[in-house]
Design a protein around this ligand. Sequence first.
Ligand code: ATP
Ligand code: MG
Length: 346
Amino acid sequence: MTKPTILTGLRANNDLTIGNYFGAILPMVDMAKQKAGEYQINMFIPDLHSFTTPINHDELQEQIMNNARLFAAAGLPLDHDDIYLYRQSYISAHSELTWILNCFTGVGEMGRMTEFKDKTAKIGDDRVSVGLFNYPVLMAADILLYNADLIPVGDDQRQHLEFARDIAERMNSRFGDVFVVPKPVKEQHEFFGKDQGLRIKDLQDPTKKMSKSDDSGKGVIFLGDDPEAAAKKIMSATTDTEGEIHFDREKQPGISNLLEILTLLRGGDLQQTIGEFEGQTRYGEFKKVVANETKAFLATFQERLAAVSDEAITAKLRASESAMTQTANATLRRAQQTVGLRPKDS
Ligand code: ATP
Ligand code: MG
């Protein structure tokens, strides 16, 4: 009996932030650790998705490897038999199935995707690539090739997951059972637990989210930041003039953000952190605690990252890519037979 498959990926097109770490990488690694055994876990590096918007291609290879190293440094057990870690572009079935699915996808359907409309508005019509337009089709292929039914996604990817279900159902109803249809979003939420909605805020402007593509980077702690420099960013974080520490996201967004960051860094409980500092009046001393914790966290994490063996990573990638090529090619073959590209009995 094959185990049900959980599939998840994280696109890295810049150094990642502590927001990405606590909001995405760590939960992914924890989920993989918890569910492996009962489920097959496909963690992949969506490298073909990396340049749907313009990037510096000289850096891509290093970013792909770093993405894999980050998972390992965050505790992904590379030796677990149920956990696969692979690069999308190393399994050519992703590109091949995408082409087939493209021909059953409506232009209107892609044009209606909220993310496409948002990004187009941001980067301008003339810089938008066909790749950005139809990347939901590639994402559908990423999922369907492995018969994955559980895919944890945030709200921004919900529409794309629904498309993966639509195209699978469309192909199945036209050609018979070709694809496993992923579970509806509601069931996904029930399975993974409703998104905790964790959002670390920018240190300079705590009303907005900390983002890796922020231009100045002043309010952002990157995982690769020099620990001393990161501590300084914490010390110059925007606070307020209330003069007393309280957890109040509306009135004291800066202080509240620092309380949350401290809790995450310590791996503790928010109420406990609040209890420790509630009512204190010396913001400087409180910031110092957070700054020191940030420094220690980055120093330790960077050490762990440096200790990740590239040989171990490469061996894991190769083994997973070879195993997943088999699974993906079997699905691709079904799709090829279905549309008449291969004889039915091949
Ligand atoms: P960009 O500026 O390129 O959009 P980003 O930092 O917002 O970068 P994404 O690539 O959009 O990162 O998201 C990657 C993952 O990190 C997602 O799962 C997202 O929910 C999570 N994430 C991003 N920013 C934060 C944050 N500030 N706090 C918690 N989680 C975050
Ligand atoms: Mg984002």
